[in-house]
Design a protein around this ligand. Structure first.
Ligand SMILES: [Fe+2]
Ligand SMILES: [Fe+2]
Length: 159
């Protein structure tokens, strides 16, 4: 089994996603459920392939799948999700067979997925771009109320 499949099957991953889904059931803005995570995995990995970068699919998908896992604690405790999800992400990565070096890379990307250099080449920048590109702002019904600045919405290029 692929290691990223093991992430998806991990009971803590599934339980956390179910709780996030419940908490977001009346949310009108972008959601953070499995569809979003899978979009980010695929868009990130498309860029890896297009640019011939050295990140493996297991690592690319781990970053996409786990980058918003901290949303649950953000909703519960107010701790920003790029930090509050790190412990849980590390636990799931370890249980899914990721090596120390890979865990460090993925965790750093998660920690920086909201602040990475938009033009960068590291996994953090790939994750940042994939996260933005995954959001179809063009046809969004709440576009005018969304907190995203207009220039960021316009930067979003769908893949
Ligand atoms: Fe996020
Ligand atoms: Fe996200």
């Amino acid at each position: 089994m692929n290691r990223f499949d093991q992430i998806i099957r991990h009971p803590l991953f599934q339980e956390t996603l179910r709780k996030i889904d419940d908490l977001e059931k009346d949310r009108v803005y972008c959601l953070h459920g499995f569809s979003h995570l899978l979009d980010v995995c695929r868009i990130l990995y498309i860029e890896v392939l297009e640019r011939n970068l050295a990140y493996g699919k297991d690592v690319a998908y781990a970053a996409g799948l786990l980058h918003d896992i901290g949303r649950l604690r953000q909703y519960e405790d107010g701790i920003p999700h790029e930090r509050s999800g790190l412990l849980l992400a590390e636990q799931i990565l370890t249980a899914s067979g990721y090596e120390k070096q890979e865990r460090r890379l993925v965790l750093r990307a998660i920690a920086q997925h909201r602040t990475a250099d938009p033009q960068g080449e590291g996994l953090d920048a790939l994750l940042y771009r994939a996260d933005k590109r995954s959001r179809p702002c063009y046809f969004c019904r709440v576009q005018t109320f969304c907190h995203w600045p207009d220039e960021r919405k316009n930067q979003t290029l769908i893949r």
